[in-house]
Design a protein around this ligand. Structure first.
Ligand code: FMN
Length: 271
């Protein structure tokens, strides 16, 4: 073997690309670079994601308020909505909390800012709720035209997140819309069906005794029955999701939800 061949063999042995240490060094280096890139992207994208989340929720609120017709001016619609925070137990407004930056779901996860829901009252099966909660007041000129309440509760497979809109009388439904759930497509996801949602419009959430009375019946609502004004059809093949919606609406309009707020509102209005 010539000197040149010997040198080349020595160099190859000195730098064996396939050695375990080289493989490890390259793998670790590559993972480091990738982690830095992923972490950097996540940090940079976070404000954009948060902004998109806010816009998404705003659109749903506009939609449930009927202000998202094709061609509607979104900014104009948003100008008509005032967000306020309510202390649920007393039903009074709390102006020291910025309603636009208040996250009731995050607050519900913190022991200091939430309460456990007594089991007998937890018909929506959410276990905890925040002490404070936002309400969205929609105005038409100088008049209040709708009150929008965030609602959530358990369906069959998942938590259903949505908004319930009420007429200015504080008890007639003007809209119900869910923006997040994981119910089965074709079954539980009929809660998004515009025809089913339309059935809620005009229904009364309270019975004569002042208790939440909305009911998702099994099958179809029997015309002429005395409870028609509180009833909507069941969802075929998805009775359990429908029952979840009924229960969450009853919870949030009841004494442990927005009930005290709505009662005070109605008393102040004289309705
Ligand atoms: C794969 C699968 C998915 C289902 N998804 C739902 C659902 O999302 N919501 C629901 O209420 N029922 C769902 N069901 C049906 C329920 O298990 C239950 O049978 C139904 O809610 C009863 O309603 P019904 O009396 O109207 O048939 C599902 C069933 C199967 C097999």
């Amino acid at each position: 073997m010539s000197d040149a061949d010997n040198n080349a063999t020595e160099e190859r042995e000195a730098f064996d690309r396939d050695s375990t240490s080289n493989t490890l060094t390259i793998a670790i280096g590559l993972s480091l670079v990738c982690s830095i890139l992923v972490a950097g992207a996540a940090i940079m994208l976070k404000p954009i994601q948060e902004m998109n989340e806010v816009r998404f929720r705003q659109r749903i609120i506009l939609d449930v308020a009927g202000l998202l017709e094709p061609g509607a001016d979104i900014e104009e619609g948003l100008d008509r909505i005032e967000a306020r925070v309510v202390e649920l137990e007393t039903g009074t407004y709390v102006d020291s909390i910025d309603a636009n930056n208040f996250d009731p779901l995050a607050a519900a996860n913190e022991p200091a800012t939430s309460v456990a829901i007594p089991e007998e009252l937890d018909i929506g099966k959410i276990r905890r709720r925040a002490i404070y909660a936002p309400v969205y007041l929609v105005s038409d000129g100088d008049e209040l035209s709708q009150i929008i309440l965030p609602v959530r509760g358990t369906g069959l497979w998942s938590t259903l997140y949505g908004y319930l809109a009420l007429e200015p009388d504080g008890e007639t439904v003007s809209g119900l819309q869910f923006y997040d759930h994981a119910e089965t497509p074709g079954l539980g996801d009929q809660i998004e069906d515009p025809a089913w949602r339309a059935q809620w419009v005009g229904k009364k959430i309270y019975g004569e005794d002042g208790e939440p009375r909305m009911e998702v019946v099994r099958g179809t609502v029997a015309a002429g029955n005395p409870y028609v004004q509180h009833q909507v059809d069941g969802l075929s093949g998805a009775t359990l999701t429908g029952r979840g919606v009924m229960n969450l609406v009853r919870y949030w309009t009841g004494p442990h939800g927005y009930g005290p707020y709505l009662e005070q509102y109605r008393q102040a209005k004289g309705t």
